[in-house]
Design a protein around this ligand. Structure first.
Ligand code: NAG
Ligand code: NAG
Ligand code: NAG
Ligand code: NAG
Ligand code: NAG
Length: 500
C-alpha cells in the first residue's frame, strides 16, 4: 500500500511538473514564423525525427536494424549517410555522402556557432530552389510544393507533376526556371531563396545557400527513404515526415510479405538493364546489367531474384563488392550472352518505348529464343510522362513512393497478389499497345494540397491516385518524338545517378 501511495504521489508530481513545463514550452514544432521571446531553457523542437521510421543513425535504429535483419532479407540500407542531433534551439544534420554539416536553428533564436558547419540557416524555411526532378515528390508529400520558386534551366519541363505544371502555367507563374542566359541573374534568383537543394546541379560555387540532396546516390531503398526526414527538418515538419515514412514502410512491408508468401519455390530471375546510346567518343554505346542495392531490395521484396550474370566474361564490372554493382558491355552480343538466363527484363533505358525499339536497342533478332522474349516478359518504367516527352515519373515520384514501385513490380512478378484491378503507375510491358500516360496541368485539382501516399491493398486497387493532387485521369497520347540531345544529356545524368 505504501508503495502504491508513493507511486501515485510520484505520478501526480510528474503530471504537475509536466503541466507546468507545457504551459511554457511549445508541444509542437513551430511551422510558421519566428520565436518572439527566446528562452534558452526551452526545447524548440519537441517533435523530432523518429529514428526508427527514418532510419537516421541512432541507437533505436541500430536495434531496429538488428531485429529486421534477423527476420527479413530485404532491409539492406546504408545507415551512415545521414545523422541528426537535436539541441534546444538548433539541429545539426551531417550528410556524410556530401560531407556537409547543416545547422538549422529556430527562427527568432540566437544563431549558433557550430564548428565545421557548411551552412547555418534559420528554420522553418519558406522557399527554395531545386536542380532536378528527384526531389519533387518528397516536397509534395510534405505539402511544400508551393515553396519551390526556381528550378535550374532544363529542369521544369521534365517535371511530370500536374500541379507543378499548373504552377508554371499560372499567370503570373509561381515557379520558373532560373535565368540561364544571364547567369548572374540566374544565380541571384537561386540565391534569393532560403535553400538551393541540388545534386550535380550548376552554380554551387556561386551561392552560399547550397545543400546537397543526393537521394538517388543512396544505393538501398531504405537509405533513399531517409531523405524525407532530412527535408522535413528544414520545415520543422518532423512529425509529418515520421508519419509519411511509416505509412510508406508499413505498406511496403505488407506488400512484400504477401509477395514472398505467393512466390514460387523457384523464383523468377529479373534482370534490370540499361542501354546507353552512343553520345560522344567519351561516352560510346554501352549495354548494362545493374545489380544496384535498390534493385536487389525491390526484386527480393517482390518475391523474385535480381539477376546477376553467371560470369563476368566481356563485362566491365564497376562497384563490385559494394552496394552498387553494374556490369557494362561494349557490344550487344556479349551483353545478350550474359543475359541469356534471365526470365524477366526491366529496361531502364530512356528511349525504349515498345518492342521494336527494345529489340533495336539491344540488337535482339526476331528469331531470338530468349525466355524473356518468348514469354513477353520485358518491361519499362515509363508509363507516366511529362508532356515534354523528356521527364517521367520514374525519375520523380518513384524515388520516394517505394511502396508503389514495389506494387508495380509485384503486379508483373507475382500478379495474383494484387489482382487484376491494379493499375500500375510506372511499369509497362513493351509488348503492350497501350499508350503512355501524359500528365498535364489540367489534372491538378489543388496546387497547395499535399500528395497523399497511395496505400495499396493486397488483392485490391490503390486507395488514392499515385499522383494525388491530380485527378489521375489518364490522357492516352504520346508525342512519339525522339528525345532531343539536351533531353538526352539531362536524363543520362539522372539515369546515371539512379543507376550507378
Ligand atoms: C555507407 O556509406 C558510408 C559513407 O558514404 C560508407 O563509408 C560506408 O562504406 C557505406 N556502407 C556500406 C555498407 O556500403
Ligand atoms: C524567400 O523567403 C525570404 C524570407 O525568408 C524572402 O526574403 C525572399 O524574398 C523569398 N524569396 C522568394 C524568391 O520568394
Ligand atoms: C560561378 O563560379 C565559378 C567558379 O568559381 C566561376 O568560374 C564563375 O565565373 C561564376 N559565375 C558567375 C556568373 O559568377
Ligand atoms: C570491347 O572490350 C574488349 C575488352 O574488354 C576489347 O578487346 C574490344 O576491343 C572492345 N570492343 C569495342 C568495340 O570497343
Ligand atoms: C516504337 O518506338 C519508336 C521510338 O523508339 C517509334 O519510332 C515507333 O514508331 C514505335 N513503334 C510503334 C509500333 O509504336
Amino acid at each position: 500500500m505504501i508503495f502504491g501511495k508513493t507511486l501515485a504521489t510520484a505520478l501526480s508530481l510528474i503530471l504537475v511538473h509536466s503541466a507546468t513545463v507545457q504551459s511554457q514550452a511549445p508541444t509542437t514544432n513551430i511551422l510558421t514564423g519566428c520565436v518572439t521571446t527566446y528562452d534558452a531553457t526551452i526545447d524548440y523542437f519537441p517533435q523530432k525525427l523518429d529514428t526508427c521510421n527514418n532510419l537516421f543513425s541512432g541507437i533505436s535504429c541500430l536495434l531496429l536494424y538488428i531485429v529486421w535483419s534477423l527476420t527479413s532479407s530485404d532491409i539492406p540500407a546504408n545507415f551512415t549517410n545521414l545523422a541528426i542531433t537535436y539541441s534546444k534551439n538548433y539541429k545539426t544534420i551531417v550528410n556524410s555522402f556530401s560531407k556537409e554539416t547543416i545547422v538549422l536553428y529556430q527562427c527568432g533564436t540566437p544563431k549558433p556557432t557550430v564548428a565545421g558547419a557548411t551552412l547555418i540557416t534559420s528554420v522553418p524555411i519558406t522557399n527554395l530552389s531545386i536542380s532536378d526532378t528527384t526531389i519533387v515528390t518528397y516536397l509534395e508529400l510534405l505539402g511544400q510544393r508551393s515553396a519551390i520558386k526556381y528550378t535550374t534551366a532544363g529542369t521544369l519541363s521534365y517535371i511530370s507533376s500536374p500541379c507543378i505544371q499548373a504552377m508554371a502555367a499560372a499567370n503570373p507563374p509561381t515557379i520558373a526556371e532560373a535565368d540561364s542566359k544571364n547567369a548572374k541573374n540566374g544565380i541571384a534568383q537561386v540565391a534569393s531563396t532560403n535553400v538551393y537543394f541540388q545534386y550535380m546541379g550548376p552554380w554551387t560555387a556561386n551561392v552560399t545557400n547550397e545543400v546537397t540532396f543526393p537521394a538517388t546516390a543512396d544505393p538501398g531503398m531504405k537509405g533513399r527513404g531517409e531523405w524525407l526526414g532530412f527535408l522535413g527538418a528544414f520545415f520543422n515538419l518532423e512529425a509529418t515526415a515520421n508519419q509519411i515514412s511509416s505509412t510508406i514502410f508499413s505498406n511496403y512491408a505488407t506488400l512484400s510479405a504477401a509477395a514472398k508468401a505467393a512466390a514460387p519455390a523457384t523464383k523468377l530471375n529479373v534482370a534490370w538493364i540499361y542501354y546507353q546510346p552512343f553520345y560522344s567518343a567519351q561516352y560510346p554505346a554501352s549495354w548494362q546489367i545493374s545489380y544496384n542495392q535498390y534493385i536487389q531490395d525491390y526484386t527480393t521484396a517482390a518475391g523474385a531474384a535480381a539477376f546477376v550474370p553467371a560470369s563476368t566474361a566481356g563485362a566491365n564490372v564497376v562497384g563490385a563488392n559494394s552496394m552498387a554493382t553494374v556490369y557494362t558491355y561494349n557490344s550487344s552480343s556479349t551483353f545478350l550472352s550474359a543475359l541469356s538466363n534471365a526470365d524477366v527484363v526491366i529496361d531502364l533505358s530512356f528511349n525504349t518505348l515498345n518492342s521494336t525499339s527494345f529489340m533495336t536497342n539491344y540488337g535482339i533478332q526476331a528469331t531470338s529464343t530468349a525466355k524473356y522474349i518468348a514469354n513477353k516478359q520485358v518491361y519499362t518504367l515509363n508509363q507516366q510522362i511529362s508532356p515534354a516527352n523528356g521527364g517521367n515519373m520514374w525519375f520523380e515520384s518513384a524515388v520516394v513512393l517505394q511502396n508503389v514501385v514495389l506494387a508495380d513490380l509485384i503486379s508483373v512478378l507475382n500478379p495474383s497478389v494484387l489482382g487484376s484491378s491494379y493499375t500500375p503507375t510506372y511499369i509497362r510491358s513493351v509488348f503492350s499497345s497501350a499508350k503512355q500516360t501524359v500528365l498535364t496541368a489540367s489534372q491538378c485539382t489543388s496546387q497547395t494540397a499535399p500528395v497523399q501516399v497511395p496505400i495499396i491493398s493486397v488483392g485490391a486497387a490503390p486507395t488514392a491516385s499515385p499522383s494525388a493532387g491530380a485527378t489521375g485521369a489518364a490522357q492516352g497520347t504520346t508525342t512519339g518524338a525522339a528525345p532531343s540531345a539536351k533531353a538526352l544529356s539531362f536524363t543520362v545524368a539522372l539515369a546515371a545517378a539512379l543507376l550507378i
